[in-house]
Ligand binder design. Structure first.
Ligand SMILES: NC(=O)c1ccc[n+]([C@@H]2O[C@H](COP(=O)([O-])OP(=O)(O)OC[C@H]3O[C@@H](n4cnc5c(N)ncnc54)[C@H](OP(=O)(O)O)[C@@H]3O)[C@@H](O)[C@H]2O)c1
Length: 285
């Protein structure tokens, strides 16, 4: 098995590579900023790539995408968020079609924010898409992944908020807490589908030889208040400030504030047939 992790320099990708090394899985990282022997350089914008390093690849895990919560969603940023997922995946497919004769597995990543927000419904994988920006992004992203669906091993993992003190949303929430400025965003009663990084890594390793199809990778038992308090406990901090009102979050973050203020419920029933979640409680983050 020779695995290529696309976007493997990020929060999930780095942890994944460490895990694969521990499990003696040969791993390569496709990156725009190659500096290590295991890096393969590409530039999706210029459509260039070190294609001579791709011939032995048997599996691709595609994590590439500009950070959804890194910058305000201006018109330009929205184009960047879409292109960094859809155009890169289209280029990846073109590269793989001509340069990866041994390819037999593909795992694409997407997010659970596919249904709009705030209905109390617990969404299943095949529920209709919403009409908001994130739902449209997920729709197009997953369509781009589907170019690979003729391979014997094919999965699209829809991730909830991935939690670990190593990075991602945890660090963004813990930052103000460490300065004594922690507060629960919005009403606090909004549901947040989340998943521990260790479970994501286990499921990605499982998906190398088990086709999972389209699957939610989440735990579905936490509100934003519970999640913020769990991170505060982990950081040995108390929250003294009142909740941050929704209007203020909208003022600061614009449309992106939906990530903090809106409620979403999705089921994880499908993945539970394949894998028993190990970190199903917020106390385990
Ligand atoms: N973390 C979460 O809570 C979460 C939840 C749901 C879904 N996801 C999705 O899972 C994927 C990985 O998440 P992560 O937290 O590990 O993200 P991350 O730390 O931001 O890493 C993303 C990777 O994507 C690559 N990338 C960024 N912009 C790119 C561009 N314009 N063109 C090509 N590649 C680009 C980068 O690789 P190089 O700079 O090396 O090229 C980077 O290492 C992302 O697509 C994310 O949207 C994450």
């Amino acid at each position: 098995m020779q695995v290529l992790i696309v976007g493997g320099t990020g929060f999930i990708g780095q942890a994944l590579r460490e895990d694969f090394i521990r499990h003696n899985i040969d791993t390569w990282v496709l990156t725009r900023y190659a500096s290590e022997a295991y890096h393969v350089h590409w530039c999706p914008e210029k459509k260039t790539c070190e294609t001579n390093k791709l011939h032995h690849i048997t599996h691709i895990i595609n994590l590439a995408g500009a950070g959804i919560a890194d910058k305000k969603w201006t018109k330009t940023r929205k184009v960047e968020l879409l292109a960094s997922r859809i155009k890169t995946t289209e280029f990846l497919y073109a590269l793989a079609s001509t340069n990866c004769p041994k390819l037999k597995g593909y795992i694409g990543i997407s997010g659970v924010n596919a249904f709009g927000f705030n209905d109390e419904k617990i969404h299943q994988e095949d529920d209709p898409f919403g009409t908001d920006f994130l739902s449209k992004l997920v729709f197009s992203w997953e369509n781009a992944h589907r170019a690979f669906n003729q391979l014997p091993i094919f999965s699209i993992l829809r991730l909830g908020m991935v939690l670990s003190p190593r990075g991602g949303a945890y660090v963004k929430i813990a930052g103000p807490l460490r300065w004594g400025l922690g507060a629960v965003p919005g009403t606090g009663s909004q549901w947040v589908p989340w998943i521990h990084l260790n479970d994501v890594i286990h499921i990605l390793r499982l998906a190398l030889d088990t086709p999972l199809g389209l699957v939610h990778v989440t735990v579905e038992n936490a509100t934003m208040k519970e999640l913020t308090l769990a991170i505060a406990r982990k950081e040995n901090k108390k929250i003294y400030l009142p909740n941050i009102p929704v209007f203020l979050l909208r003022l600061i973050f614009g449309e992106m504030s939906c990530l903090l203020t809106e409620s979403l419920r999705v089921t994880n029933e499908k993945i539970s047939h394949y894998y028993e979640i190990k970190h199903g409680r917020l106390s385990s983050i």
